[in-house]
Ligand binder design. Structure first.
Ligand code: NAG
Ligand code: NAG
Length: 193
């Protein structure tokens, strides 16, 4: 009985670690796509338009999704309302910076990597936040609502809309030796799996 239980437990562990095999650290574009696809939220900085921090960077949390795990298109979609403080900043200046880290998965804790360690892979996306068109909104909705089911119940009088960050530069921290830059072209060409 106990032996069976231990065997089952080990089998589950094996499956679990198999599912979370990160790409080789030198494949930085792939790594960036992997991090975005595995994460459910990002910290996004805008240039504040609100007193008393007007003109200063303002970092805030947003739920993101680029599609189901294993099938992301690399575009981190967001569900936003103009009532939100950072979205008000974006209406004045759409430029933003988004941090996404495997620290929000079990990976770094299991490996014993501190969130600030480059081994706990994390990336920064620079660009501008744009509302998506009607065609892309269908995709954004599927991507977001499948991973954030609560969104379907968010108050309809808030006039939610689908947006994305139009990426101009990707910065990857996934190993020692400093940050590595990836162009949007290489990022979107990469296959995370
Ligand atoms: C909507 O946006 C997508 C992605 O940027 C683009 O490929 C597509 O051509 C756009 N569709 C229309 C009708 O503008
Ligand atoms: C995205 O950014 C690129 C580069 O800055 C720009 O040329 C393009 O017009 C932007 N696209 C949208 C939809 O804002």
């Amino acid at each position: 009985m106990t032996a069976t239980f231990v065997a089952l437990f080990l089998a589950l562990l094996a499956i679990n670690s198999d599912q979370f095999k990160i790409p080789p650290h030198e494949e930085v574009a792939r790594m960036a796509r992997f991090v975005v696809n595995h994460c459910d939220w990002a910290s996004m900085a805008t240039i504040s338009t609100h007193d008393p921090v007007k003109g200063q960077p303002f970092s805030n949390l947003f739920s993101i999704s680029d599609g189901p795990v294993g099938y992301g298109n690399g575009v981190p979609y967001m569900y936003l309302t103009r009532m939100e403080i950072s979205v008000q900043d974006l209406e004045v200046n759409p430029q933003a910076s988004m941090s996404v880290s495997l620290a929000q998965t079990h990976f770094c804790k299991h490996q014993g990597y501190d969130p600030q360690s480059p081994l706990c892979a994390h990336i920064i996306l620079s660009g501008s936040v744009v509302e998506v068109n009607d065609t892309e909104a269908g995709l954004a909705k599927k991507a977001l609502f499948s991973r954030h089911p609560e969104m379907t119940d968010w108050p309809s009088d808030h006039n939610w809309f689908f947006a994305k960050i139009n990426i101009t530069q990707v910065w990857v921290l996934d190993y020692f030796g400093g940050v590595k830059k990836v162009t949007p072209e290489d990022y979107f060409k990469a296959t995370p799996y």
